[in-house]
Design a binder for this molecule. Sequence first.
Ligand code: APR
Length: 250
Amino acid sequence: MRVFVITGAGVSAESGIPTFRGKGGYWRNLDPAKLATREAFARDPKLVWEWYRERRQHIRNARPNAAHEAIARLAQNTDEFLLVTQNVDDLHERAGVSPEKMVQIHGDIFVTRCSRCDFKRHDYEHPPSPRLRRTSEQEHEEEEGDVIPRCAECGALMRPGVVWFGEQLPSSELQRVETYLRRGACHVVIVAGTTATFGYIVDWALRASSGGELIEVNPEETPLSQFATQRAREPAAIAMPQIVDQIISS
Ligand code: APR
């Protein structure tokens, strides 16, 4: 069976991570859509780093929920599987989706990269245990304090390794999605917890399903709803385990 899954912030909502456009998406009365930009970083890098440090901390303290676990089970029980997540958290990975089956199309919040050259570092990659991870991260944050990190290679400001509004998607990751989609239509496509604001999300979902099964998991209507063959108007942590059970047993 060939499966394609797209996720957005709604999938992490029940792990306590606020969505971007929903309630709680604002930080100190600031709109994330205005903070997650190159312009905001150029204007006030300290403020932008404060926001990302808080979000890193929040994510570290969160746990994968039943939706992440169901998606990981699906990944482990299908012959061909690709997850494209717009989420920059690491909850899919911590639930057990292996990196080769997942594309983080909007980047990884735990990557710190240079704003000028190609230098980047993975601050908290694949910790051996959650406890150890927390300790080393805490030390790291303490070490950094509210200092803006500088590139070890060229001295420019370092920035979070995420895709900001108006920036291009990473070409290597785009290529991985294209390669998967070109190999043929999928038996099942699931789109969960995203407003599907971006044209490429709608495009990938439609191309992958190619008139076949397209399941949308979202309590709200989205631009994709009209094309869905099944709509689960429920929180992802409730709907996903049932959907995955059905797919695996079919
Ligand atoms: N289960 C499923 N869906 C949910 C849940 C839930 N428990 N809670 C909320 N949702 C849905 C909302 O109805 C909404 O459609 O999740 C969606 C969250 O939408 P956004 O906050 O817009 O998040 P997302 O679609 O992932 O945003 C896309 O935009 O801000 C940028 O780069 C950022 O990756 C992000 C991208």
